[in-house]
Design a protein around this ligand. Structure first.
Ligand SMILES: [Zn+2]
Length: 836
């Protein structure tokens, strides 16, 4: 079989120094290098691509390169979840490097004309697409050591930022996997273990999230550090280096023209296409086949190659056929790892060459972009957006994202009413569209349902106020002009104490009230959930506590001190009020000792993971429980269920996945545990398992296949994608009287749906917690047939089962970590599953 990259192994080399690094393979042989510059092999002891680089090795190399070269400055931008340094290597002329502070300040202020252009090359955001991370040291070395004249000119007028590992935790998992199974004889057999990673694969980060969807959402430290760097430097070009299937060739953008987000300009596409000619030339020289424009799109702004496009830069996606390991058979011959690395080096340099030669065009484009944003903003009939929520936790999370994206927000000074909805002072916020970040603001708030092309590489909608379940309203200029606003101030919780206190109460409205409850329970305090409202005297007269209020009994001074300490250290900064109560006897409603006051228990969940389970959705559940709710979360492989003592656990969580090992015996075991008080929480395809094993009296909708109409082959792709529900936003209606909805104020709950699974309306009373509404599509694409099929069907159902409960979510409530509106329902199951 033909070997792609065979040359690498059979080189005749002229110098022993070069031989160790095999530069002749990766670079043009004629390049002369400054011998005083630190080489990759000086750190590694071997040539790049002989083994997979680990993050610690990459870090050591870049630090040494910085030391040996006056053209390189390495800075740490943050830490990954697993505490690995995230770094950026600034490579430019020593003159430019001496002025980094002023250049950054100018660019932050969108003053581009008098600063060098910035090219940001980011590698391997997917950790198991490792050719990029392994190419990065070679790219940096050549820039620092090369005597080529064009490189000197490039560095005189540009700052190159190399981010050698966007996802070090995933890269580490993958490098250790493939290095562990590497033999002296490289094995190309795709079935060999080297090419088949264990669950969870290295693509994702520590919590199994796809960091290449998180540029907009900023749920993870890796993204937050990267986006901060982005706004400090406002790169002119961003190169985003990936790998695709082993049987592919090489892809570079532009992507599919009809699938570009309409907020991105045609000029952006044209410039990307101009730059593409440089990649074509570089790969032609290596006789590497490639393609562009036929796949991958620039629609969803949360990706590394699309995010720059709405921020004045040019984002470019690169996809190399993966060797996923050291060499692997493919329909195009063996794909070797050195071959993959070499191609990424080649397109890194073609990007840089384009940056050098198209520099003034790119500079003009970037400067004009922000002027045009202002013009577009002024012309827009929409002039701003107002939003509010009774959940300070969710609001603060949303405000934090806006702030990190350099979006100016103000707080409402006086209360106002917009289309019948009251927006209270202080708790309501205003974003005016007339800002440099106009485009980004539009994409955060827009809810488009019509598209030029109905095929999407990723989701078709991400409307953030829906994800955070906020009340919001788009405003015209008359309304924005009439609103008085002021600077945003963090709202602190208030403590209202009382004499001879017997209990304290706090509202469940704040998402973080659940984590607070968990801390109180863990400290041994008694916390009760009120199923009905009550009215009691407090220091300032009578106060009505709504259903869903949480009540903490304080029998002694010690409990009181624990409660106040936890409130001060945790709840106050999150805007939670705490109210002292000095009698259990109500003016109206239930008394504090009522049977409608349900004792809560600290949850002890078990999350099933492992082969067959979606690592994304398991990771999203884990992230919610561990990071937001601060619950100790046990995780065990689903295949081990027979050996697990379920009585140890309060909740069993089954997310999207196939559970082939969960047979009838497993079902019996789960049923027994349910009867004794366990709570089973299932989502997406796990719901199918629950229904098939008769743990819930529900039925899935059977979709009749469309009768064949003899359509031509050319319509095949379009027909296929029309059937998909690939990530659109739908409205559900909540039963707000159900205890699982306590803490949620709005009857309408937006929900992201990314599967065609539909549950029929439940044929029992009192069990439907959420159902899709009459006109459910809020944003994104879904065909009319799909929208019709979804309306009025069950979204969330909760049943008693013996002394326990079964709660099913037809769709994923925790999508990408930022869907805190629907995630609140999921979070409630951990605490309130015994309250209905
Ligand atoms: Zn990728």
């Amino acid at each position: 079989m033909k070997k792609l990259g065979l040359l690498f192994l059979s080189l005749t080399v002229s110098s022993a120094v070069a031989a160790k690094d095999k530069f002749e393979y990766f670079f043009d042989e004629t390049i002369q290098f400054d011998s005083s510059i630190h080489k990759p092999s000086d750190t590694l002891g071997y040539a790049i691509a002989d083994w997979h680089i680990r993050p610690d090795q990459s870090l050591a190399f870049f630090k040494a390169l910085d030391k040996s070269s006056d053209k390189v400055k390495v800075t740490q931008t943050g830490l990954s979840h697993e505490q690995r340094p995230l770094i950026a290597a600034f490579i430019s002329s020593p003159e430019n490097l001496a002025k980094l502070g002023t250049i950054s300040a100018d660019r932050k202020n969108l003053n581009f004309q008098n600063t060098p252009n910035v090219v940001y090359l980011g590698y391997s955001v997917h950790g198991n697409e490792a050719s990029g991370a392994n190419a990065a040291p070679l790219v940096a070395y050549r820039l620092a050591a090369s005597q080529e004249r064009w490189v000197q000119e490039l560095l005189a007028n540009n700052i190159v930022i190399i981010d050698p590992m966007l996802n070090p935790d995933g890269l580490d998992r993958f490098a250790n996997w493939v290095n562990r199974y590497k033999g002296a004889q490289l094995v190309s057999d795709s079935d060999s273990i080297e090419h088949n990673e264990a669950w969870p694969a290295g693509r994702t980060n520590h919590y199994w999230f796809d960091l290449n969807r998180d540029w907009l959402l900023l749920q993870h430290p890796e993204s937050r550090a990267r986006v901060e760097l982005f706004y400090n430097w406002r790169p002119t070009i961003v190169g985003d280096f990936h790998e695709m299937g082993t049987n592919s060739t090489y892809f570079f953008q532009p992507g599919v023209p009809s699938r570009q987000n309409p907020l991105t300009s045609d000029l952006n596409f044209e410039l990307t296409n101009e730059i593409a000619k440089y990649h074509a030339k570089a790969l032609d020289k290596l006789s590497v086949p490639y393609y562009s424009k036929e796949s991958f799109d620039d629609f969803y702004y949360g990706k590394g190659s699309t995010f720059p496009d709405i921020n004045g830069g040019i984002g470019i996606l690169f996809e190399q056929a993966s060797s996923r390991g050291h060499t692997q058979e493919s329909i195009n011959g063996e794909v070797t790892f050195p071959f993959a690395v070499r191609n990424q080096v080649a397109t890194s340099f073609s990007t840089l060459k384009a940056a050098k030669e198209l520099g003034s065009n790119l500079k003009d484009y970037q400067a004009d972009f922000f002027k045009e944003q202002r013009i577009k903003a002024v012309k827009d009939t929409e002039q701003g957006v107002i939003f509010t929520s009774k959940d300070n936790g969710r609001l603060q999370e949303f405000l934090s994202i806006l702030k990190q994206h350099q979006i100016e927000v103000s707080q409402l000074k006086n209360e106002t009413t917009v289309e019948g909805k009251n927006y209270p002072a202080k708790d309501s916020y205003l974003v005016k569209y007339n800002q440099e970040q106009y485009g980004l603001i539009k994409t955060i708030f827009e809810s488009r349902t019509e598209f030029e092309d109905n095929t999407f590489y990723d989701v078709s909608a991400w409307t953030m106020p829906h994800a955070f379940n906020l009340h919001y309203q788009i405003l015209d200029s008359r309304k924005t002009a009439s609103l008085f606003t002021e600077k945003v101030e963090l709202k602190l919780g208030q403590l209202t104490d009382a004499e001879n206190v017997v209990a304290y109460s706090y509202s469940a409205n704040n998402l973080y009230s659940l984590a607070f409850t968990n801390k109180l329970l863990a400290a041994g305090l008694t916390v009760r959930l009120s199923r009905k409202s009550f009215e009691l005297p407090v220091s300032a007269g009578n106060k009505t506590f709504s259903k869903g209020s949480l009540v903490v009994q304080v029998d002694n001074a010690e409990d009181k001190a624990i409660l106040k300490n936890l409130w001060q250290s945790y709840a106050q900064a999150r805007g939670m009020d705490l109210t002292g109560i000095n009698t259990g006897f109500s003016q109206s409603g239930i008394d504090l000792g009522s049977p409608n006051m349900v004792n809560l228990k600290a949850p002890k969940p078990l999350l099933l993971i492992g082969n067959g389970v979606s690592s994304y959705e398991a990771g999203e559940a884990w992230f919610l429980l561990d990071k937001r709710l601060e619950i100790q979360t046990s995780m065990q492989p689903a295949s081990d269920l027979a050996n697990i003592d379920l009585s140890e656990y309060s909740h069993l969580i089954m997310v999207n996945g196939r559970y082939p090992k969960l047979d009838d015996a497993a079902k019996k075991k789960i049923e027994q545990w349910l009867n004794q008080g366990g709570a089973l929480v299932a989502s997406r395809s796990a719901v199918r398992w629950v229904i098939e094993h008769k743990l819930a009296p529900l039925e899935l909708v059977k979709r009749d296949a469309k009768a064949p109409e003899g359509r031509p082959y050319s319509e095949r792709q379009a027909a296929f994608t029309e059937q998909l529900i690939g990530g659109a936003i739908f409205e559900t209606q909540l039963d707000l009287s159900h205890p699982l909805t306590f803490g949620i104020q709005k009857k309408s709950l937006p929900y992201t749906k990314a599967s065609s699974q539909i549950i029929q309306p439940a044929k029992r009373d009192f069990i439907t917690v959420a159902e899709y509404s009459d006109k459910p599509l809020l944003a994104g694409y879904a065909s009319k047939e799909n929208v019709d099929a979804i309306k009025n069907t069950a979204a969330v159902v909760a049943l008693r089962k013996g002394r326990g409960s079964v709660i099913v979510f037809n769709d994923n409530p925790n999508f990408r970590g930022y869907w805190l509106g629907s995630a609140r329902l999921f979070a409630n199951t951990l605490f309130f599953s015994g309250a209905f």
